[in-house]
Design a protein around this ligand. Structure first.
Ligand SMILES: [Mg+2]
Length: 223
């Protein structure tokens, strides 16, 4: 009987937040950088605290900010302030990220390594610089920036990337934590989805594979 080797993986689309980057490591004082702004709105302490808490819990600012119940002008101010956030000193990668990325990047016949992260351009760019991971990716794309469109989503970016890099969808692996974002997008494109089960991540039964450490990708992707 002839066995066919699995098709070679052409590209891996990596998510950043809660996948490679431990966003919790930035700490809740991240949003203390908003203090001057909410003070200018003359909010009381509880209201200001509630805003910061909602942003901390709310994930991507494009989703969290419109839910805050503040005026459209204040939303724009918050969005700009979010874009200008500085990464706090504690911000760090998960321990296995850099060893895995550097090992994979050094392979002579490796898949293309693509980082697709959702958020505001300035803040996401600053995170990438702070984490010093730029050199491990052939391409980095930030989607969802408010200056482009609130509706730019990962599935659009994945489709464009597949066309521009001449990728065969089933030979693309999507690695991320979010069931409704990159994992849903990858599934929609018939790409292979791998959920990184970092602490606090909810298991996505629809993801094709689940890993707790990036090293597991060597066997999942047949690297
Ligand atoms: Mg994520």
């Amino acid at each position: 009987m002839t066995t066919h080797p699995p098709k070679r993986v052409q590209a891996i689309f990596f998510d950043l937040d809660n996948c490679l980057f431990d966003t919790n490591s930035m700490g809740r004082d991240l949003f203390d950088q908003y203090d001057h702004l909410v003070e200018s709105w003359r909010l009381n302490l509880d209201e200001a605290r509630a805003i910061k808490q909602a942003l901390w819990n709310g994930g991507a600012p494009q989703l969290a900010i419109p839910r805050l119940g503040v005026s459209p002008e204040q939303q724009t101010e918050l969005m700009k302030a979010y874009d200008n956030l500085q990464v706090t000193k504690g911000g760090r990668l998960y321990a296995d990220t850099k060893p895995f990325l550097s090992k994979l990047y050094a392979q002579p016949e490796r898949p293309r390594m693509i980082l697709v992260t959702k958020g505001l351009n300035g803040f996401q760019r600053r995170k990438i610089q702070h984490l010093q991971i730029e050199q491990f990716f052939d391409h980095i794309q930030i989607v969802g920036d408010f200056r482009w469109s609130m509706h730019t989503e990962k599935w659009v970016a994945f489709g464009h990337l597949a066309v521009s890099l001449s990728l065969n969808h089933p030979q693309v692996v999507v690695v991320g934590d979010n069931p409704t974002d990159e994992l849903a997008a990858g599934r929609k494109h018939n790409m292979v989805t791998v959920q990184t089960l970092r602490p606090g991540v909810t298991h996505d039964p629809q993801a094709k594979y689940h890993i707790t450490k990036l090293d597991e990708l060597w066997s999942v992707c047949n690297l």
